[in-house]
Design a binder for this molecule. Structure first.
Ligand SMILES: Cc1cc2nc3c(=O)[nH]c(=O)nc-3n(C[C@H](O)[C@H](O)[C@H](O)COP(=O)(O)OP(=O)(O)OC[C@H]3O[C@@H](n4cnc5c(N)ncnc54)[C@H](O)[C@@H]3O)c2cc1C
Length: 383
């Protein structure tokens, strides 16, 4: 896709969604952030009616299919338009899970209890080693009994169901879909520093009995890794769009603010900071677009270098860019009513979210060594 195709897609996204975002998402952003008020899930259904998910999901009826590049670019534009980054976070999350569960008995089961297409989240983390998860899944005829406790789930307060990862009788982690209203399921709010309108919470299931069809995968560890790998560029695409919004806001600020009788934009120091911000933005963009263009055809892939490179690059660049913005806009960077401090908190969530940066960089290093070893020419190796 060349630049003009990208511009056309951005314009199309604006046409479909900008009025909705301007009137339904952006108002109340500061208040929701202050009081951690979750976005109403009906907003996701409403956005779906405006075509939000047209490139994100597979839909045989309309013959529209998942298009990773277009979906990533839509999310990027969404991040650019949305003052509240919780919205693109929830959108990418439930699109990714919805696509994976599409047509499975598990989600069809759940759909019976929901008015609209069910919105599904991901419940994996337990604040302990994934190789020694607590909880138990016990198969009893056509049902399974689930006991588990998950310590951080994005969208816990707003989504309908959650793919939950629980060890079975033999210790194999199994992925099972739980509905928020299943007997024994409890969801409690969790105070977080960023994306505060995304309804973060904890999820506990206490002897919850569900039909066996709710099992999504008997290899839950691989399933979770497929989700994390496949969703990595979509997780950061919204924040990437916001980085552009911040850079443009800073440029406008320095062009319209005078100090010592001179527009800030005339000072080389200010121009240099803007230049650093542009470099952070454009390297992030290039890495994300490359990842989207080379998105793996294999939905079961557990490691794709370019996808993690994209997550890693944006998660490093975005907090740095927000800090540079705070330097440029002076007091405004410190005000609760302005976006800069809020987005710095949002962007800090990219460090651990998906996979911690330190772990990703180790895996990127291992991947390079592996590729070098497997492609090394014996003569070149011995020199
Ligand atoms: C914005 C956000 C959204 C999230 N959404 C969800 C969600 O929807 N569902 C969900 O289940 N979880 C979610 N999480 C949790 C997230 O997936 C975990 O925080 C993340 O996987 C890190 O796990 P941890 O907190 O146990 O950190 P740890 O694994 O304890 O990491 C802490 C440090 O230890 C290092 N470390 C860990 N393992 C290794 C290793 N093998 N080798 C070297 N170093 C290592 C890390 O690099 C890091 O520096 C979310 C987190 C955030 C911030």
């Amino acid at each position: 896709m060349n630049q003009s195709d990208r511009d056309i897609l951005a314009a199309e996204t604006d046409y479909r969604l900008s009025e909705f975002i301007r009137t339904r998402i952006n108002p109340g952003t500061v208040e929701r952030d202050t009081d951690a008020i979750p976005l109403d899930p009906s907003l996701l259904h409403e956005a779906a009616r405006y075509g939000l998910f047209r490139h994100a999901l597979n839909d045989e009826a309309t013959r529209r299919y998942f298009d990773p590049l277009r979906w990533g670019l839509v999310l990027e534009e969404l991040g650019y338009l949305c003052d509240d980054l919780a919205f693109p976070l929830l959108a990418y999350l439930c699109a990714g899970m919805g696509r994976r569960l599409h047509g499975t008995p598990a989600v069809e089961q759940l759909a019976l209890t929901c008015q609209d297409r069910p919105l599904i989240g991901f419940a994996f983390t337990e604040n302990r080693d994934a190789l020694s998860m607590r909880g138990r899944l016990t198969r009893c005829g056509r049902t399974v009994r689930v006991a588990t406790s998950k310590t951080i789930v994005a969208g816990a307060l707003v989504l309908d169901g959650f793919v939950t990862y629980v060890p079975d009788e033999k210790g194999y982690v199994t992925a099972v879909l739980l509905h928020r209203s299943d007997p024994g399921v409890t969801i409690a709010p969790l105070q977080v520093t960023g994306f505060r309108a995304a309804g973060f919470g904890t999820l506990t299931a206490l002897d919850t009995v569900v039909p066996i069809d709710r099992i999504v995968s008997n290899d839950g560890l691989a399933h979770a890794q497929q989700v994390l790998n496949g969703e990595a560029p979509f997780f950061v695409a919204g924040p990437l769009g916001r980085m552009r919004a911040i850079v443009e806001a800073c440029a406008r600020h320095v062009m319209t603010t005078e100090r010592h009788g001179t527009a800030l934009a005339e000072y080389p120091t200010v121009q240099g900071v803007l230049g650093q911000m542009c470099a952070l933005l454009e390297t992030s963009r290039a890495t994300v677009h490359l990842a989207l263009e080379n998105y793996p055809a294999d939905a079961d892939a557990v490691w794709t270098t370019s996808l993690w490179m994209a997550k890693y690059t944006v998660a490093e660049a975005a907090p740095r860019l927000a800090l540079l913005a705070q330097r440029l806009v002076g007091t405004n960077g410190f005000l609760h009513s302005d976006m800069y401090a809020r987005h710095l908190r949002d962007f800090s969530g990219l460090l651990a979210g998906g996979n911690p940066q330190e772990k990703v960089q180790i895996d990127l290093g291992i991947d390079l060594l592996h590729r070098m070893r497997s492609s090394a020419h014996p003569d070149r190796n011995s020199r």
